[in-house]
Design a protein around this ligand. Structure first.
Ligand SMILES: Cc1cc2nc3c(=O)[nH]c(=O)nc-3n(C[C@H](O)[C@H](O)[C@H](O)COP(=O)(O)O)c2cc1C
Length: 328
């Protein structure tokens, strides 16, 4: 992984996002210079049992590289087997989820609850590492809760167990996604391990990525919610870090935005079929139009439309309005 993090030209990575970071979303992010992308978390059990739904998450293509496939589970042997499966399916990296705070995942002993059990963390990483030749990365939080912030300890254990890089989301598991991410813990992890550290949490605009890198000395940044409806954030980060642009909001003009939405929609429709896309693409339309002038009518309508045709019609109408400044 030191290879992957240091060899990829750009420093901005797309986060694993359940229900969101599928193939079309990753390709759109990559088209704006995202250096590396991750699938959403995939159940180790589901992979081993070969459930159809689980294998949907592995869909990829030649342009979808480098690709990290994230697995979750609690049992070292099962995770090792799952890692073998994703490696055979073309993953360039296997990532182990040690940060998910969702009840169902925690109850199964997986995700962030693993941070409470350093010995198990060591066994999991050791077994996964033995099972595959591709790099193994681990994604953690700052700790389980405010009284057990142990990211540094877990990162050291991860390194000693063979992890090739570590991503730190600067929130405790019990914080969920609320409050502000603590970038200090990312800096402390960076000071304490030699493997690359990816900083994560609250990169909403390109300038935040530059600030995180400066404050924490992390090797790369990972963007989650800041990429929703805003894939051009990767382009902005790359420009700022390269010094090729000094400032700006890096938002595209309405015509470019419209083109990207249509492209994303088409890819989604090809992957999921038109019916599922009507259901799944609404959230993207809301993200893509958030904060745009006069978007409230369109955004209110999106939730009520039930056919692809009517959604396309309304989108076209709204973007014609944006281009002309008048609602027709
Ligand atoms: C809707 C949603 C789904 C997520 N799914 C995953 C996941 O599957 N695996 C994972 O490790 N983290 C997941 N996360 C956490 C993100 O990867 C990221 O760590 C977190 O959102 C903080 O980064 P951000 O402030 O840039 O969004 C998810 C977050 C959100 C909001």
């Amino acid at each position: 992984m030191s290879d992957i993090i240091n060899l990829v030209q750009n420093k901005a990575i797309l986060a694993p996002l359940a229900g969101i970071s599928n193939l079309p979303f990753r390709l759109i992010a990559r088209s704006f210079g995202c250096a590396l992308a991750y699938t959403e978390m995939i159940s180790a059990n589901g992979l081993i049992r070969k459930t159809e739904k689980t294998f949907e998450y592995l869909k990829s293509c030649a342009d979808d590289k480098p690709l990290g496939m994230q697995i979750f589970g609690a049992d070292p042997q099962l995770l090792a087997e799952a890692a073998r499966i994703v490696a055979a399916r073309g993953a360039d990296i296997v990532d182990i989820n040690m940060g998910c705070p969702v009840k169902k995942v925690i109850k199964a002993g997986a995700g962030a609850v693993l941070m409470k059990n350093p010995e198990l963390v060591a066994r999991i990483i050791t077994e996964v590492k033995k099972a595959v030749t591709i790099p193994v990365t681990v994604k953690i939080r700052s700790g389980w809760n405010r009284s057990s912030v142990n990211a540094v300890e877990i990162a050291r254990i991860a390194e000693d167990s063979g992890a090739d890089a570590i991503t730190v989301h600067g929130r405790t598991a019990d914080q969920g996604y609320s409050g502000q991410a603590d970038w200090e813990i990312i800096a402390r992890v960076k000071e304490n391990v030699r493997i690359p550290v990816v900083g994560n949490g609250d990169i909403w605009i390109p300038q935040n990525a530059v600030a995180m890198m400066a404050q924490t000395a992390c090797d790369a940044v990972m963007v989650g919610r800041g990429a929703l409806g805003n894939p051009w954030i990767f382009d902005g980060i790359n420009h700022l870090l390269a010094g090729t642009k000094e400032q700006g909001d890096f938002f595209p003009d309405p015509a470019q935005r419209y083109e990207i939405i249509k492209k994303h929609w088409l890819m989604e429709s090809r992957l999921e079929g038109p019916v599922a896309t009507v259901r799944n693409f609404r959230k993207h339309l809301l993200w893509y139009t958030k904060g745009l002038s006069g978007s409230s009518r369109f955004r209110a309508l999106v939730g009520t439309l039930t056919s692809a045709e009517s959604m396309h019609d309304e989108l076209d109408k709204y973007f014609r309005f944006l281009a002309s400044g008048r609602l027709k």
